[in-house]
Design a protein around this ligand. Structure first.
Ligand code: FES
Length: 189
């Protein structure tokens, strides 16, 4: 667990001993990164003053090796944390995809929770059409070659796409495009 931060915490005396982990420490512990910037705000008396604001960013997470990927065999991972609705798949589709990485730009990753009402699309990848779905609840189906756009069913939002980075043979998840079902902020599970 991260050490108690005197700077970040305003607890005093005995209360300090009972201080629980703060948001900054939580973000580091969960793999997300955070840093502080100074922003200018107006006080109630109209004076401008500088206050610290915490900015969090997506973690860079190693999720696999290119040499170990087989076409149309998805690999599961969690991103951006291990919290609710974070299960995602990494798949080498064999065809060029929007946001794909690799020589053929055919390696993509998506969150696996349906954006409609949170249906779990576990093992629903269809290699013949490069889609995820149909969702077991109301049949939404998403095209993995076109940024997870909805192709049929009840949902009205695309599937969140995990942004990838390739460093030699190593595949990293580095961000997300789209909001994960059930969250108001992808970095707050
Ligand atoms: S929850 Fe997936 S289509 Fe409704």
């Amino acid at each position: 667990m991260a050490e108690h931060s005197k700077k970040a915490c305003s607890c005093k005396g005995k209360a300090k001993k009972n201080c629980t982990i703060n948001r900054r420490q939580f973000l580091f512990a969960s793999g997300a990164t955070a840093f502080t910037v100074m922003v200018t705000v107006r006080s109630g008396k109209g004076h401008a003053e500088q206050v610290p604001a915490l900015v969090s960013t997506y973690p860079r997470k190693h999720i696999g090796k290119l040499s170990e990927m087989h076409q149309d065999v998805p690999v599961e991972f969690s991103y951006p944390d291990e919290g609710d609705y974070s299960t995602s798949i990494l798949v080498k589709t064999g065809v060029e995809c929007g946001g794909g990485v690799g020589q053929q730009r055919d390696l993509v990753a998506f969150n696996m929770t349906c954006t409609h009402q949170g249906g779990d699309m576990y093992e629903s990848y269809k290699p013949e059409h490069k889609v995820l779905g149909p969702c077991p609840l109301h049949l939404s189906t998403y095209d993995l070659t076109r940024h997870g756009i909805l192709v049929s069913g009840q949902a009205y939002q695309s599937l969140p796409q995990v942004l990838l980075e390739l460093d030699g043979d190593d595949i990293y998840a580095v961000g997300m495009f789209g909001l994960i079902y059930g969250r108001y902020d992808n970095l707050a599970s």
